[in-house]
Each structure stands twice: as C-alpha cells, then as structure tokens.
Design a protein around this ligand. Sequence first.
Ligand code: SF4
Ligand code: SF4
Length: 289
Amino acid sequence: MKTYETLRKLHPCLGEMPGNAGRIHLPVSPICNLSCRYCKRSLTEDEIRPGTSRRILPVEDTVKVIRKARLLCPELTTVGIAGPGEALASPHAIEAFRLVDEHFPDMIKCLSTNGLMLFEKAEELLQVHMDSITVTVNAVDPFVQMQINKRIFYHNEWLDGEQAAEILIKNQLAGIKKVSEAGVTVKINTVLIPGINDGHIETIAKAVAENGAKIYNIIPLIPQADMADIPAPGCTEIDRARLQAGQYLDIFAHCKHCRADAVGRLGEEDYGQQIYGNLALEPNHFSHG
Ligand code: SF4
Ligand code: SF4
C-alpha cells in the first residue's frame, strides 16, 4: 500500500501538480444503494460529469482495457472506479481491483464510494491492497443529510428519513476510520449545495479529519434532477468552503468532475472513446438506485 506522501507525487487527484500523471476509470459499477436528489446517471458519449459513461465494462475485460490504455497513455499511474453507480453496491469493483492487484501491482488503486458499505467491505478492500478511497460525505447531521439523499438500500431493504440518514453517516465515519487506520489514504468529496449544506462544511471537515481523512475536495452542485432549481454555488462560496475545510485537511482544488469512463491526464486529451467506444453496449445492466 502506498503512503499519502507517495500518492501526492503519483496520483493525479491527490497531489499539488496533477498534470504529469493520469488515471483510467473502469466503469464496472452500474447500480446504486442511495438516491441522491442531485443524481443523474446516463449512458452517454458526450456529457462530461460524474455519473456518465459510454458503457458498463464487464469485469473480465479489466486487464485488456488497462493494457490498451497504457499503450495510448504511458503516464497512467492510477486505476480508479467511480461508478457510474456506487462502487460498493455490487461486487464488480472489488473483483476488478483483484485483477488490477494481480496484473498491475505498480499501479495505484483508487475507489470512490458513497460510504454506506465502506465499513462492512473494508476487509475485502484491504485484501486487494487499495491505496486510496474517496468517500462522498455531504453531511454529518441527519437533518441536513435527509434533504440531500432520499433513501438507502441497506441489508436488503430500502429505508428513508432520519433512520436512513443516521445509518449512512455512522457507516461513512466508521468506514473512513477503519480504512484510514489500516493505512489507506482517504479523500473526501462534498457536493456543495447552497442553502442546504453550505453552512455545514466546517463541521463535516472536522468530523472526517478526526476519523483519519487526509484531503478534501469541494464539488459544486450541478443543478439537475430533483435539485435542478437550486443555483450552482459561485466562486466565492466555493472559496469560503475550501477555507473552512482547509483548517482541518489538505484541499484538492483541481477536480475536473470527470466521467466514470475517463482515461488520460486531467485536463488533457481523453482516451475514453478509444478504450470503451468499441465494447458491446450493456444498457440492461444499468439501473438507477
Ligand atoms: Fe447517484 Fe448513488 Fe452517487 Fe448518489 S451515491 S450520486 S445516487 S450514484
Ligand atoms: Fe480526480 Fe475529480 Fe476526476 Fe475524480 S472527478 S478523477 S477526483 S479530477
């Protein structure tokens, strides 16, 4: 497992100078166990934002696509899984990382999750030698969380209201603590939602830092789905949130809000079409949670 200091030099989303390192996202995770009010997942060729992908990648194609991607972009240091659904809502992400660990042990393994299952899946993630895990934490107060996420699918049932929010927050913080203590670098994403969690950023940052998270990424809301009428935060609000969070963690400020099938260096040519464009479409495996 690589240390935070090593990752800051090699991982495109954990260092100060991300331009010389690239990442390949494997879009192997189609379903989700949450129902965030801002979520809009799509199989699409051209929209550039989280939750979009050309394809769902069958896990068995993992080694093949990474080999091809490394030929196209030798700067790839990192294999990430960030959807287009939730990486821990199905077994595919951990299965893919098992293949990455076996065939590409030099590459950084990076997972993005909503954290609902992080504590329960921590042992399996440690067995495949995860280097970094990003957890999206939008609130640590159930009242705030209830306004952002409608429900959770947990232990085979959908739950909502305060009970769902409390379980989500508890599992996120316990999961962050468990993997951090094992040496995994934890980054936090927070979707900044004006009028809902913009007054709550410092509290979130303090809580996640106390549980071992190292670095914080503020993602401005994209007004869409049930939050289409909420305006996106402006630069002043984003800067204020970063200043507040920066009292407790390092800040990552270069996020490009990538697709779940992005391939290449941040802000440079994307090879997603060459890598995923020719694979067979599997739309029936994609569902909104
Ligand atoms: Fe969408 Fe699930 Fe991610 Fe929420 S956790 S934004 S519902 S994919
Ligand atoms: Fe990095 Fe942000 Fe792109 Fe994720 S969405 S790979 S954190 S730049």
